[in-house]
Write a protein that binds this ligand. Structure first.
Ligand code: FAD
Ligand code: SF4
Ligand code: SF4
Length: 453
């Protein structure tokens, strides 16, 4: 058989580079059997008879949103529209066309709230990811293949299959398997939903956009490590309805951590490097997490490195005392200088400011009480609402002592951590206060209005 070498030309409008023959590169190969991998093209005589428009590439022309052809009421999808593609894409087109047909039969708008699907590749943090080429599956030798019809490409053995699966970056791209829809008992997931702009006319707005935690990476003294957790991750590990059903495991190797260190004030009360203020809730949730951990792992030890304990709520001091005496949490007064890995364990270096001694604790897990900061988008929202932020970036109240629920603009109220870090009882009280303020605001606006019979 005679061959001719090719090079790739410029990409066409579909992005494909066309092969161009290179003159004078002919060569011959002797073969016993020649198999032609025949290309595919749609047979569209019937479409022409129906008067359907075709593209220059000889495929059916459709509206990309509704998949309706040039003839109203006739829809198309799959390879006959896109040219040779995959079964998954054909199924997606089938669903899209089915929705259009359903809307058509109901007399609804075919386009409203729908967009052309766009494949989005999420940005990923590839730090620490080891580059590894794909494994090649074992194959039968040409001599073996010649004589029988056994599969030529053999499966991976279990060890290689696991190794290959570990190359997955878990990029969180959705493959539309709909498993989450069927698993969600509350039926709260609907993959057909798209963003919709809705307009409401309202008399008042309550902002309750909360907080987020500082990222772990901002703390120079703490090495990045899978066993260094933020407090919400640790809370999820302890939660009976969490991903591990309340069983505490180390993320790195799945072992039960026998020694856990909780570090207070990570980024808070550090005006030179991070936040000048106290995040107010972490002393108490540190005690709570310690007590929950000791109940889950009774033989475990829970150390807390603190600067001073802030227990400013009803029964909080009593809870702290019980955590120390009954649940035997170990409170170490001091600042942490460094957290690093040594073999299978993590090591925390600190100074006990009561005894003045240097302390070193080897442990299995470290939990950071990261400072609370305004939730993302707070500055943009403030601009949109025409209200002020204070010097810490949280929403500024009209007057700190006497009007803490009101923003700097009349009719816009503040509830919860969007105003400053606080715990749930305080958020609830502030939300109730806001509701009362809104009612009073409406009552004032209605003053002087007469009911017309
Ligand atoms: C690890 C940890 C443990 C804690 N444990 C306790 C505890 O045991 N007891 C206790 O009393 N307190 C605890 N707290 C504090 C508690 O989490 C907060 O007091 C509470 O969550 C604050 O409620 P919030 O509604 O103000 O804000 P959030 O809980 O932060 O809720 C704000 C919501 O607004 C949404 N949002 C943000 N921006 C926008 C926007 N622009 N548009 C629409 N939505 C938006 C967010 O997605 C979020 O759902 C804990 C905190 C942490 C970090
Ligand atoms: S489970 Fe849900 S979110 Fe995850 S891939 Fe399947 S459909 Fe997408
Ligand atoms: S509440 Fe406690 S741990 Fe949190 S910042 Fe204040 S002092 Fe530090």
């Amino acid at each position: 058989m005679e061959f001719l070498r090719m090079c790739l030309g410029e990409p066409d409008e579909g992005g494909r580079r066309k092969p161009i023959p290179l003159k004078g590169t002919e060569f011959q190969v002797e073969a016993d059997l020649v198999i032609a991998a025949i290309g595919q093209a749609p047979e569209l005589g019937w479409a022409r008879d129906l008067g359907l428009e075709l593209t220059e590439r000889g495929t059916l022309k459709v509206d990309p949103v509704t998949l309706e052809t040039s003839r109203p009421g006739v829809f198309a999808g799959g390879d006959v529209v896109t040219g040779p593609r995959s079964a998954v894409e054909a199924m997606a087109a089938g669903r899209r066309a089915a929705e259009s047909i359903d809307r058509l039969l109901r007399g609804e708008d075919l386009r409203e709230g729908r967009e052309v699907p766009e494949a989005k590749v999420p940005e990923m943090d590839l730090r620490g990811v080891e580059e590894r080429p794909p494994e090649r599956p074992p194959t039968l030798s040409p001599e073996e293949r010649r004589a029988d019809f056994r599969e030529v490409e053999l499966p991976f053995d279990p060890e290689v299959a696991v190794k290959e699966a570990k190359r997955c970056l878990n990029c969180a791209g959705c493959c539309e398997c709909y498993s989450c829809e069927s698993a969600c008992e509350a039926q709260a997931i609907d993959h057909a939903l798209v963003d919709r702009l809705e307009t409401y006319e309202v008399g008042a707005i309550v902002v309750a956009t909360g907080y987020e935690l500082l990222p772990k990476g901002v703390l120079g003294e703490v090495e990045e490590d899978p066993d260094v957790l933020d407090p919400l991750q640790f809370e999820r590990l302890l939660c009976p309805s969490g991903p591990t059903g309340g069983k505490v495991f180390r993320p790195s190797d799945g072992r039960v951590p026998k020694e856990v260190v909780f570090i207070h004030c990570c980024g808070s009360r550090d005006p030179e490097h991070h936040l000048p203020y106290c995040s107010r809730v972490c002393c108490m949730y540190g005690c709570k997490l310690g007590v929950l951990y000791r109940h889950a792992v009774p033989e475990g030890r829970f150390y807390l490195f603190y600067m001073d304990m802030r227990t400013d709520g009803k029964m909080y001091e009593e809870f702290y005392q019980r955590a120390a005496s009954e649940d035997r949490l170990v409170f170490l007064r001091g600042r942490v200088a460094k957290v690093f890995r040594e073999g299978e364990r993590l090591v925390v270096w600190g100074v006990d400011t009561l005894s003045g001694r240097r302390i070193e604790v080897a442990c299995d897990l470290v939990v950071l009480a990261l400072g609370m900061v305004p939730s993302p988008g707070t500055a943009e929202l403030a601009e949109l609402l025409g209200v002020e932020l204070d010097e810490t970036g949280f929403f500024r109240e009209a007057e700190r002592r006497l009007r803490p629920f009101e923003s700097t603009r009349e009719g816009v109220f503040l509830a919860g951590c969007c105003q400053a870090p606080k715990d749930i009882p305080e958020c609830v009280a502030q939300a109730a206060g806001c509701a009362a303020k809104v009612m009073a605001f409406f009552a004032k606006a209605r003053e002087g209005l007469r009911e017309v019979a």
